[in-house]
Design a protein around this ligand. Structure first.
Ligand SMILES: [Fe+2]
Length: 230
């Protein structure tokens, strides 16, 4: 019986291989199946795989649709959509965290701006989830799964000052925008122009909100300003 660490290492290798192949077919594993070191699957009811951030999607669950996009394209797009769905759900709640807790001279402006970001994330969450289902997939958008899968840094819980929230929210928006932009390229490469267009719309909104938030950065504490001063 392999030790739990070697099983985990093997699972990570399987996931890496699968991701490097673009998630073209689901890896031959499931939560109820373990793989021994000699690669022979062993059924066990004891094994519990708890992947971090790279949880398997229902990539091989493709519902019938008359949508004329190739099944291979749709199968590959669904995990990408679900990955960005997790980020979007995380961003939504990060913006709410900032909306509720921000304090400072610009309270009202930032309180409203952070709520606007949460509302946009709410709309984008719906767009992304429904696109996954339109392609024949399953939208995987529970809070518990999103918390495990999100690629955003955790939002700090011990800040109140508006400049700290401005810095934290702009970092979250920048990281989010970067991943959405990667998803545009991935959709393009897979010849799914509609999803590429949807992600383009979302990244444009993220960039706009990043601009709005960064405009509140205290000029004296702005990193570029500090660099100049040194
Ligand atoms: Fe509110």
């Amino acid at each position: 019986m392999p030790d739990p660490m070697s099983r985990k290492r093997h699972m990570n290798k399987v996931l890496d291989r699968w991701e490097n192949e673009g998630g073209k077919s689901a890896p031959q594993t499931s939560p109820s199946t373990s793989i021994s070191s000699d690669h022979k699957p062993q059924t066990t009811h004891h094994m519990k795989i708890v992947p971090h951030k790279r949880e398997l999607t229902n990539a091989n669950t493709l519902h019938h649709t008359q949508n004329d996009l190739a099944a291979q394209t749709r199968t590959s797009m669904i995990p990408i959509l679900n990955a960005r769905l997790a980020d979007t759900i995380d961003l939504l709640h990060q913006a709410k965290q900032a909306h509720w807790n921000v304090k400072g001279r610009n309270f009202i402006a930032l309180h409203k701006l952070f709520d606007e970001i949460a509302e946009a994330a709410d709309e984008h969450m719906d767009l992304i989830a429904e696109r996954a289902v339109q392609l024949g997939g399953i939208a995987e958008g529970t809070i518990q799964l999103s918390a495990r899968r999100s690629e955003l840094e955790p939002y700090p819980l011990d800040i109140s000052d508006e400049q700290d929230h401005v810095a934290a929210m702009s970092a979250a928006l920048a990281a989010y925008g970067k991943r959405v932009r990667q998803a545009i390229d991935q959709s393009d490469d897979l010849a799914d122009k509609d999803t590429a267009d949807m992600f383009t719309e979302i990244s444009r909104a993220a960039d706009k909100h990043l601009w709005f938030v960064e405009s509140h950065l205290d000029r004296e504490s702005h990193p570029a300003r500090r660099r100049k001063a040194n």
